[in-house]
Design a protein. Structure first.
Length: 402
């Protein structure tokens, strides 16, 4: 979770996305095969591995030099409150608690004991008790004097800690760890890429980017109940293997097949103009916008990752235009003696052919690439450039838009 005090959506969203990155990085780094992670389960991130349950509380900030964690830090006490609340649902001997923060632990602080599993926790327990008692006492004094109550961001954790028995406090902290000075979110993708040691260094960034896109979908599906909550290392390894296979066989991947275009996406006006010439319905326009966005993003992705793809895309556009031309020539001949309404109707049929029939009758750009959005959307890209059109007289009718 974000540790910023701002209520703006940006830090909160980054804090949640940091959980996703951290979970992926944690699972990639595992050496065993039976690990699995979940987000927003018992904690920000929960890892099950080798019979152990590891719960991670994440404190993220993009501040270049975040304040060091001390015995009085609100993030520490909020973390303790979360852990104490879930204690009744846990087997403590099988659970480890981690406070993960991009900030450092204050030098010389008793909290440094949490960085060493074998370190004596008793001095830390005593320091936390003293701090909790101070917080509670200062609030009680303020209440008696009818002053504003201090420490509202820590008091719940302090009271919860004091409510534990001495043995329970010590046992909890014996299972607690810190990972301080952790990487911020803007460095996580690169860190994940470097963990992909089975992949050639030149390919790691590209594979990491595609892996993160797959991971994001799995996280969303797990939160929506569309898949099991825990994502296993086996699933992750299987997908990484598929990505390696794509590289080795130079296959193209359908990166945008399950993606939705942004809600604020505004298509080129020529797309809507071409469809309006044939009285396209709202569903025709909606499909065209969706597929054009996907195809345009895919074309850009391929060219950015493989500059040589530009020539292959241009060559395939020629194939698409040739198939369209065969259909369009027939329509032009048929429409010579027809009224405008009939011309529009024939053109609408050509538009719908590009969406419904072309993906099943025209060969894919490469063998094995079967995603229909590329052909559908590429026709819309070509229509925006007026290299294809739907109305039999589209060039003349659009001449004023040159």
């Amino acid at each position: 979770m974000t540790d910023d005090s701002s209520h703006a959506a940006g830090p909160a969203a980054l804090g949640f996305y940091y959980q996703s990155f951290f979970a992926l990085k944690t699972l990639v780094a595992l050496t065993g095969d039976d690990g699995a992670v979940a987000i927003e389960s018992a904690d920000d991130v929960e890892l099950k591995d080798n019979g152990q349950r590891l719960l991670f509380q994440l404190k993220h900030s993009l501040i270049s030099s975040p304040s060091a964690i001390t015995i009085s830090s609100k993030g520490l006490w909020r973390t303790l409150k979360v852990w104490i609340d879930i204690l009744p649902r846990l087997t403590l001997s099988e659970t480890q608690f981690y406070l993960v923060t991009v900030a450092p632990i204050a030098a010389g602080s008793v909290l440094e004991a949490l960085g060493t599993p074998e370190a004596d926790r008793k001095p830390l327990v005593a320091a936390l008790v003293n701090e909790a008692e101070r917080v509670v006492a200062e609030r009680e004094a303020a209440a008696q004097e009818e002053r504003p109550l201090p420490h509202k961001d820590r008091v719940a954790g302090c009271q919860a800690f004091l409510n534990l028995t001495p043995d329970a406090r010590l046992n909890l902290l014996r299972q607690a760890r810190t990972q301080a000075g952790h990487l911020p979110i803007d460095e996580m993708e690169s860190a994940i890429a470097q963990l992909l040691t089975l992949i050639k260094p030149d390919d790691r960034e590209s594979v990491a980017r595609r892996l993160i896109e797959w991971w994001d979908r799995q996280v969303v599906y797990s939160l929506c109940g569309k898949r099991p909550q825990f994502i296993s290392r086996g699933e992750l390894q299987e997908h990484i293997t598929e990505l390696i296979g794509d590289i080795e066989h130079d296959r193209l991947t359908a990166d945008f097949e399950t993606m939705a275009y942004p809600a604020d996406y505004q298509p080129d006006g020529m797309l809507t103009r071409q469809i309006s010439l044939v009285d396209g319905k709202s569903h025709d326009l909606a499909k065209a916008i969706r597929e054009e966005w996907k195809a345009r993003q895919q074309r850009s992705r391929w060219v950015n990752e493989r500059p040589g793809m530009a020539a292959q895309i241009a060559s395939y556009d020629h194939v698409l235009k040739e198939h369209w031309s065969d259909k369009q020539v027939e329509i032009v001949e048929i429409c010579e003696a027809l009224e405008e309404v009939e011309k529009r109707n024939k053109g609408l049929g050509l538009l719908r052919w590009a969406h419904n029939d072309a993906p099943t009758t025209i060969r894919p750009i490469v063998a094995g690439f079967e995603a229909p959005y590329y052909i559908r959307g590429s026709y819309q890209v070509l229509a925006i450039d007026r290299e294809v059109g739907w109305h039999p007289e589209y060039l003349a009718l659009l001449a004023d838009d040159a």
